[in-house]
Design a protein around this ligand. Structure first.
Ligand code: ATP
Ligand code: MG
Length: 418
């Protein structure tokens, strides 16, 4: 797990703002669901034989009969909310976005966290392929806005409940021939969930998968038609993509279109955003048949990719470690402190950021702090200023001093300089 300190906040804010703006431009509204859910929700939706459900969930006993799980992803919780509150009754088609922490008990390794963050969107209530394209476009727009260059969009179709069983058998027959070359886990996956073999990150398994037929050769007419519309619409909007005929996702609920955005600076685990269609998820958890599509972007992974590209680009101004206040108040002598504290609150009330030293250290130490914080102005209050009721406002860059008889004047000067 990771603590996020103030010096890292700049990129988090940039990323969240870019995501919120793009998501809302696309008509997606924010939804916040709890960080834990009934365990059964994830087992049913993500699938019993996936890595997440088999070994990565944080599950705790709740009542004698039930267990709860820290959410490993946020699609199932959003669908649960859509169902539980019968949102489909008021408006069948709804668009949501979320930003927040997810939890998976992963083996400690570079770039993987047990608490990490995802931001994602879900368009619920339609089977239309253009929505698949809309979600891909929105993901790339977020990255464009963040000036991430060099990312790659990879797409595939993994079929539906009609054509997948047939393909599952073909895949099994073809992969069994390479059984000896597969990793131990994939040997088990051959029987339990053969699609997982395609997602294995082990080199030898990746090699074996190169020899097998593509999924596209086996999907049904309906899935073909859907995929063709997706591909041609991506071309129409000039969104560059690559077909990856063996792309599958680590969660069982996907149907038809699946996609990933990868970045070459990331090494073996290069996916920064992943998504696709999940037309059976809502019915799997007890709702009416409802088409849906969306993605989840890994925020830490995306950030690494952004930092990597920015390193190569033109130098940016370094972020200031702490927030720089508009004004720093230096109080001389204990008798001025209450006055300074009152002034500080009046200024803050008017939207001026202001700080002071509560420790009552020497004026010199306080001036040093004002410099360190890179405060734009300082106000020095001694017994003289207290008596005369005049406040001296000093511009720390130009050295210019202004006398102010009241706080309104200070606010005016500070705001003029913002
Ligand atoms: P992967 O194959 O990369 O493990 P996944 O199929 O398990 O992904 P998704 O929910 O599709 O899981 O993940 C979407 C993205 O979220 C990933 O590509 C990655 O960037 C990020 N992500 C997933 N798990 C973690 C983690 N434990 N720590 C940091 N980021 C993660
Ligand atoms: Mg994973």
């Amino acid at each position: 797990m990771k603590d996020i300190f103030p010096n890292e906040r700049q990129l988090w804010i940039e990323m969240e703002n870019a995501a919120r703006e793009e998501f809302e431009l696309g008509g997606y509204c924010e939804i916040k669901t709890p960080v834990f859910e009934d365990t059964r929700l994830f087992v049913r939706s993500i699938g019993e034989t996936t890595d997440i459900v088999e070994k990565e969930m944080y599950t705790f006993g709740d009542t004698a009969e039930s267990t709860i799980t820290l959410r490993p992803e946020n699609t199932a919780p959003v669908m649960r909310a859509y169902l539980e509150y019968e949102l489909y009754k008021t408006k069948k088609f709804q668009k949501f976005y979320y930003i927040g922490p997810m939890f998976r008990r992963e083996r400690p390794q570079a770039g993987r966290l047990r608490q990490f963050h995802q931001m994602g969107i879900e368009a619920i209530g339609s089977y239309e392929p253009l929505l698949d394209v809309e979600t891909i476009k929105i993901a790339t727009r977020v990255y464009d806005r963040l000036e991430l260059s060099g990312y790659e969009v990879k797409i595939n179709s993994i079929g539906c409940e009609k054509c997948r069983p047939g393909f599952r058998n073909v895949l099994k027959e073809e992969l069994v021939k390479y059984k000896d070359e597969l990793c131990e886990l994939c040997k088990v996956r051959l029987d339990r969930n053969v699609f997982r073999v395609l997602d294995c990150k082990q080199k030898k398994c990746k090699e074996a998968c190169k020899n097998i037929s593509t999924i596209e050769e086996h999907i049904c007419k309906d899935c073909h038609g859907h995929f063709n519309i997706v591909k041609s619409a991506l071309k129409d909007i000039e969104l560059e993509f690559e077909l990856d005929p063996h792309l599958v996702r680590g969660l069982d609920y996907y149907t038809k279109t699946v996609y990933e955005i990868t970045h070459p600076s990331m090494g073996a685990r290069d996916t920064i955003c992943a998504g696709g269609r999940y037309d059976n998820l809502i019915s799997d958890i007890g709702g009416p048949p409802t088409g849906a599509v969306g993605f989840a972007a890994g925020m830490e992974a995306s950030m690494i990719a952004i930092v990597n590209t920015r390193k190569k680009g033109p130098k940016r101004k370094p972020d200031t470690l702490h927030f720089a206040p508009d004004v720093y108040i230096v109080s001389i002598g204990t008798e001025t402190r209450n006055y300074c504290f009152k002034l500080l609150n009046e200024l803050r009330q008017s939207g001026v950021s202001v700080d002071m030293d509560y420790e009552c250290r020497s004026p010199k130490a306080q001036m040093r702090m004002a410099n360190k914080l890179k405060s734009k102005f300082t106000i020095v209050i001694g017994s003289d200023e207290l008596e005369k009721g005049v406040i001296k406002l000093k511009d720390m860059q130009t050295g210019e001093e202004n006398d102010a008889e009241d706080t309104d004047k200070i606010i005016q000067i500070v705001k003029l300089n913002k």
